[in-house]
Ligand binder design. Structure first.
Ligand SMILES: [Cu+2]
Length: 335
């Protein structure tokens, strides 16, 4: 794979790289191979699971550009199996899946990346109910963790990992959707540059500009006072996931930069450099850790100069939705 685009670091030495690092990776497996996998997988849905993101992203600016990770169940010779999970709300069970190689064999060798071998992101397709967790693996390569859904809807599940191979180190992000039965209350995303979670107020400063690096700074406060005791989490002081509205392409998993030293604290600002591959709306989720607890703060940002309603982009009429209960309670994280 060719050298990823480096955008440099900002603030705490963290960089958010949209796009560039992923572009080269898609060339390895022919599209026809991916298609056949996708078709195959579609025939083996189970437990309310459907394969792939198809049909759940009709308003995105770009549906299937090959550069975007996190929109397919297969990439670079790796396939995400159908995801088994409870099929309705409030049913305790477990969520499980495997990563299969090109022979259909379960992959069991994963490199540790950002302190974990597997990062699992689950979010409802309207952008709410974000969870970022770390399952454990059985001998046969089955990843699982206890699971229940608090809300009905269609969810995107992302498995983000680095296979342990003798070859180049590459981050793979694969996705599936899971449908959860129950009464659904959709909560369309509306622009939101502040979030309140567990008493912490987080303000996002800066804009996302398509095609060029732009500074994004998150400022954390509590009761009007800056929070200066942010703790390292997964090897950084903040952990940002960005999804593109529409196709929910997974644009980033972890910030880059030097790891904080043990016991080091930071705040109230957490800086990133962002580059969006296309104009549009992006859903951002900042994980940060204070007093041993991880909190997720959701944001919705439009790229600068995004066309408005008269150009056919529908503006939501709803007020900004409150952070969901998962994010507020901070559960769904393992530490
Ligand atoms: Cu993770």
């Amino acid at each position: 794979m060719s050298t990823p685009v480096r955008l440099g670091a900002y603030g705490a030495g963290l960089a958010l790289v949209f796009g560039g690092a992923f572009v080269a990776a898609d060339a390895v497996v022919p599209a026809s191979t991916v298609d056949s996998w996708t078709d195959e997988a579609g025939g083996h849905t189970m437990n309310g699971t459907t394969s792939g993101p198809g049909g759940h992203g009709s308003s995105g600016p770009s549906q299937t550009d090959a550069a975007a990770p996190g929109v397919t169940s297969a990439q670079n010779g790796y396939l995400l199996s159908p995801v088994a999970a409870p099929s309705a709300v409030d049913r305790a069970g477990k969520l499980s899946f495997r990563i299969l190689d090109a022979d259909g064999t379960g992959v069991t060798r994963f490199a540790t990346s950002h302190e974990k071998r597997m990062h699992l992101i689950v979010v409802r397709t309207d952008g709410t109910r974000f969870r970022h967790v770390h399952p454990t693996m059985d001998d046969d390569g089955t990843w699982s963790l206890p699971w229940s859904w608090t809300s009905a809807g269609t969810y995107r599940v992302y498995a983000d990992f680095v296979p342990e191979t003798d070859g180049a180190v590459e981050t793979i992000t694969l996705t599936r959707t899971v449908d959860v039965a129950g009464r659904l209350t959709p909560a369309p995303a509306a622009p939101a540059s502040t979030a309140t979670v567990s008493g912490y107020r987080v303000e996002l400063r800066g804009e996302v500009a398509p095609g060029s690096g732009s500074d994004l700074t998150f400022v954390v406060s509590r009761d009007g006072s800056p929070v200066t005791d942010l703790e390292p989490y997964l090897g950084a002081f903040g952990h940002l996931v960005a999804l593109r509205e529409g196709d929910l392409a997974f644009l980033h998993v972890h910030p880059e930069g030097d790891e904080p030293a043990a016991g080091e604290e930071s705040g109230p600002e957490i800086g990133f450099i962002a580059e969006a591959p296309t104009p549009g709306r992006y859903l951002l989720y900042l994980d940060f850790k204070v007093d041993g607890e991880v909190h997720s703060a959701p944001f919705v940002v439009d790229t600068a100069g995004l066309p408005t309603a008269e150009d056919g982009h529908s503006e939501p009429t709803h007020a900004v939705t409150e952070p969901d209960t998962d994010a507020e309670s901070g559960d769904g994280h393992d530490h």
